[in-house]
Each structure stands twice: as C-alpha cells, then as structure tokens.
Design a protein. Structure first.
Length: 78
C-alpha cells in the first residue's frame, strides 16, 4: 500500500537544492556558493514553517451563548 505524503513548498525547495549540492558541490562549478546560500535561506524558511505550526495552534470552535428570542409574529399572539 502506498501512502501519499504532502510536502510543503519550503521542504521541496530545500530538498532540491540539497540534492543539487550533493551531486555537484565538489565539481568546482561557479554556482556552488550561490546554491549554498540558497540552502541556508530555504533551511531557515522551512524551519519557520515547522515552528509556525507549533506556535499557532488552531483556536477552539466558539459556541454561541446567545439566547433565542421571539420574532414579532410570535410575540403578538401571546
């Protein structure tokens, strides 16, 4: 059985940059420094999304405390 995993945009970007660095970091290409900077930025963004989920819990559902009132047609019949 296959499970469907939903990944955040930040996780996908971080994973793509880390995969690129894994394969090309030692190749001596001039873009390695830029990819390392991207990795750091995407890592920070991804970590913020993780902490955001923890810090901002879903507020509880509010219940109505308003009492039901009679409408005009019901009050004139009384």
């Amino acid at each position: 059985m296959t499970e469907t995993l939903t990944r955040s945009r930040e996780w996908l970007l971080l994973n793509a940059v880390e995969a690129w660095l894994h394969h090309y970091e030692n190749a001596g290409t001039p873009t390695v420094a830029q990819y390392k900077q991207l990795r750091d930025e995407f890592h920070d963004a991804y970590m913020q999304t993780l902490h955001k989920d923890v810090e901002e819990p879903t507020p509880p559902l509010s219940t109505s405390t308003r009492k039901r009132t009679k409408n005009a047609s019901q009050s004139s019949n009384a």
